[in-house]
Write a protein that binds this ligand. Structure first.
Ligand code: PMP
Length: 421
């Protein structure tokens, strides 16, 4: 059987870095992966993070503790992350009441430290496909790994909702909702449909629904009894304010919505703490208010079994760093500043690119996050790669901080040349 296995295609994003590394062109530019780099092309470690690392390494000696963490991660990490997500991020001026605090007080959140956002999504997919549903909706442009994760973790039916119109460069919220009403509304089976929602900084388009649109979207998916899977990989990178960016979470936990089959939050500290390779994130499953406490206990126990069967327990070091940042007021306030600084720099690169290229400024102002969505067609992306050694992902997404003072001229000159073809 081994010799009947077909060659899998290279990963749509990480596979490109392998090609890039083998490229001999001295002018090559890698704009594929979502990693925040400084103007010299170095991966940035935020001051808050390096201070926490120093404390851990030198003073507290926590890194000397190489024992296993529990299956669902450390207790302190769980407390601090839950407080950050459900208390701090849920008490904002755009909500009348902090409903997240109620969830904490009423013990409604099953929580696990996960291997970053990808791990949270994979465990969700496994859990959902085992117990709730094998049907999921993903936006028509999305992070390429969403499809892969759900496909490889038990999902039988993966549908696309209309999120974005390539031609106009605008979101298509009405079409999105009519797609759902038509297809989900008419499905008479008992199996609910899951839906992935990008909490902010939609990847790859950088465009997010307005608050009014989100209200409509959440109303509709609730009416259709769908299971929301919130993917919050970029909290803080939209507005520069970590707390403000959790609008979708705040909105979804409003008790006027009853999510009979749970609400799933997959969250990552990869981008907003720069802890990429440390794999630090979390999965929360919020059980409905009316459910007896045995439901949460059962969810907790099954979550543990799934994790135990895959990687047993999460890694320690990165989560200790995150935990310290979240629990030390000075480090935490530094972290908030660090995220703000990163967002300002990303915005200045965006501005430089649109100024140099005279690109459509309306869209430029609307796009947020680590990426610029060029809307280049696949042949253009391929030509950029093959002829000029400028690497974007196939969908034309460009990682902003890959552009720096030493390569911006080459990148802009090439884009201008290619646009005239
Ligand atoms: N969701 C989206 C939309 C992403 O863009 C990413 C990172 N590229 C992730 C989840 C997960 O990232 P990580 O596993 O590094 O936290």
């Amino acid at each position: 059987l081994l010799n009947q296995i077909e060659l899998a295609p290279p990963d749509k994003i990480l596979g490109l870095t392998e090609t890039f590394n083998n490229d001999q062109n001295p002018n090559k530019v890698n704009l594929t992966v979502g990693i925040y780099k400084d103007n010299f092309g170095k991966v940035t470690t935020f001051p808050s993070i390096s201070k926490a690392q120093k404390l851990i390494d030198r003073e507290l000696g926590l890194n000397k503790n190489l024992s296993y963490l529990p299956i669902k991660g450390g207790k302190d990490y769980a407390e601090n992350v839950k407080n950050f997500l459900y208390d701090e991020s849920c008490s904002s001026s755009d909500t009348t009441k902090n409903y997240g605090k109620d969830l904490l007080d009423n013990n409604r959140i099953s929580f696990a430290q996960t291997l970053s956002g990808t791990g949270a999504l994979a465990i969700s997919a496994k859990f959902l496909s085992l117990f709730i549903s094998k049907k999921v909706w993903i936006p028509n442009f999305s992070w390429a790994n969403h499809m892969n994760i759900f496909n490889k973790n038990g999902f039988k039916s993966i549908y696309n909702y209309s999120y974005y119109d390539l031609k106009s460069g605008q979101l298509t919220v009405d079409k999105w909702l009519s797609d759902l009403r038509e297809r989900v509304g008419q499905d008479k089976s008992d199996e609910p449909h899951c839906i992935i929602l990008h909490a902010c900084c939609h990847n790859p388009t950088g465009l997010d629904p307005t608050k009014d649109d989100w209200d409509k979207i959440i109303n509709t998916i609730n009416e259709l009894r769908m299971v929301p899977v919130i993917d919050m990989a970029y909290q803080g990178l939209e507005s520069g304010d970590l707390l403000k960016d959790a609008y979708v979470l705040r909105k979804c936990i409003d008790p006027k919505y009853v999510w009979d089959n749970g609400l799933f939050l997959c969250q990552s500290f990869a981008k907003n703490m720069g802890l990429y390779g440390e794999r630090v994130g979390s999965l929360s499953i919020v059980s409905p208010a009316h459910s007896p406490s045995t439901v949460k206990l059962a969810v907790d126990s099954q979550l543990k079994r799934i994790i135990r069967s895959i990687y047993s327990s999460p890694p320690g070091y990165g989560s200790r760093v995150a935990n310290l940042v979240l629990s030390d007021p000075a480090l935490k306030s530094q972290w908030f500043k660090d995220v703000h600084g990163m967002v300002n720099r990303l915005q200045s690169i965006r501005d430089k690119l649109s100024y140099n290229l005279e690109w459509d400024t309306v869209n430029d102002e609307q796009q947020h996050g680590m990426f610029y969505f060029t809307r280049f067609s696949l042949p253009v992306v391929q030509e950029l790669r093959d002829k000029y050694s400028i690497y974007l992902t196939d969908d034309g997404r460009l990682s902003l901080s890959g552009v720096n003072d030493s390569d911006i001229e080459y990148v802009c000159d090439t884009f201008r040349k290619i646009e005239q073809l």
